[in-house]
Design a protein around this ligand. Sequence first.
Ligand code: FAD
Length: 467
Amino acid sequence: MNLIDRFRDIVGAKNVLTDENDMQGFVTEWRDKYIGRARAVLLPRSTEEVAALVRLCAETKTPIVPQGGNTGLVGGSIPFSGGDEVIISTRRMNRVREIDRLNGTLTVDAGCVLADLQAVAEENGFIFPLRIGSEGSCQIGGNISTNAGGVQVLHYGNTREQVLGLEVVLPDGRIWDGLTGLRKDNTGYDLKQLFIGAEGTLGIVTGAVVKMYPRPKYQQVAMAAVPSVEAAVEFLGLARKLSGDQVTAIELIPRICIDMVVKNVPAISDPMPARYPWHVLIELSSSATPDLAGLMEAILAAGFEQEIVLDAVIPASGAQQAMLWHLREEISAAQKPEGGSIKHDISVPVSRFADFIREADKAVEKIVPGFRSVAFGHIGDGNVHYNPLQPADMDKDAYLSRWPEVSRVVHDIAVRMRGSISAEHGIGRLKIDDLPRYKSPLELDLMRRLKQALDPDGIMNPGKLLK
Ligand code: FAD
C-alpha cells in the first residue's frame, strides 16, 4: 500500500487532501508571503488519529508541518516548495472536552478556534483573556505553539501564562498526557513549557487545559493624547497606580496611524477633537468599581496636572468604546494602501520604549531618508510593532529591497537594549537567519540539543525556528 493509502486508512479518504485546489488554502499564507506545496493535507479528528499519522510519518521519515488556523505571520505553518511534506491540520479537532467552573479551567482540543473559546468562557460567567486580531480564525493549538500575546498581556500575561496542562503527540508518535489543571506541581522539569512557543518543531499539541478568569462586570475605555512616548510610559505607571492595577490594556497609537485608518477604512472617523503627536488607548476593567468612568476621569485629571496628558476622549456608550478598539485593530490593514512597510515585532523593557523608537527612527532615516515612522502597539508590555513606511514618492519594490539592511539595524538596537526581535509572532521562516545573530551560542546549543533529543530524525516542522 502506498503512503497516501495508508494515511487514508487512518483518517478516512475524504480527510486526506491531495488535489492542488483543495490544498490551496493550507499551503498559502494569509498575506501571500509564503506559498508552498504539500504531498497531502491530513485532517485527523482525534489525538489517537494524530498519533497514528505521526507514527507512520516517523516510520517513513516523512516531514510534517503542523497547522492550526494558518494565521501565523512568520511562515511557520506553510510547507516549503519541494512538495514532500505533509500538513497535519487540527481543523477538525474542535471539541471542548471539559468545563470546570470551580477550578476555573477549560480542557479543549487543539483545533478550537480562539473566538469560540472566548464565547464558551463568557457563557459560563468567565473570560478567556487572550485577545488578538486573528481570533476568529486562529486556534488554541496555534496560540500555544506561538505563545501568542495580544492586547491584554499587561494584565493577564501571554498564552504561556494561560496554560496549565498539555497533551502532545511526540515526533515518534507517542502521546504525552500532561492534561492536569494544577496551579502547583513541583515534580521536576515543567515539560509543557517546552512545547509552548516551539512552533510545531517538537511535537503536535492536541489538547490543553487553559485558565478562565472571572468576567469583569464593568469596563471603560478612553483615548488620551500625550505629548511624547515618554509621557505615554509615565501615564501607564500613573494609571496602574491610581486604579489599583485595573488597567487591562493600553496601546500606543501615533497620529500617522489615526490618519491612515480614517483615510483607508470606511466608517471610522477621527475620535480626537484636535491633532496631537501620540495617543494611548487605555482600558480599565473591574467587577468591584461600578463607576469606572469616574475613575478614568480622575486618572486623566492627574495626567493633565502632571502635563503628561494633553487631551482625552471618554466614550459614553459601549458602541463608542468598540469603535476605538476597531480603530486600533485596523491599523495594519490601513497601512497597506500607503505603500511598502518593513515590519518588526520588537520588545524592549518598558522603560526603554521611547529610547528604542527614537534610536530606530534615527537609524532608519540614515538608510532611507524621508521614510515615515509607524510605531504602535502594546506599550504596557514593551512590545512595539515598528513598521517604517516607505517615503511617499519612492518605488515600493526599491524600498522593500532595503528590508534586510533596515531590519538589521532595528534588531541590533532592540537587542542592545536587552530586547527581543520577536515579541509575539515567533521565528518561523521569516527570522530563522536572524536568530543566530541574536541568541548566544550557548542558547542555540541548548535549543538544538532539545530538538535532537525529541526529534532525532528532524521530521517535525523542519526548516522552521532552528536551522
Ligand atoms: P498557525 O498559523 O496555523 O501556526 C503557527 C505555528 O504554530 C506554526 O509554526 C505551526 O506549525 C505551529 N502549530 C499550529 N498548530 C499547532 C499544533 N496544534 N501543534 C504544534 N504546532 C502547531 N499574534 C499575536 O501574538 N498577537 C497578536 O495581536 C496577533 N494579531 C494578529 C492579527 C492578525 C490580523 C493576524 C493575521 C495574525 C495575528 N497574530 C497575532 C499572529 C497569529 O494569529 C498568532 O501567531 C496565532 O497564535 C497563530 O495561531 P494559528 O492557529 O493560526 O497557528
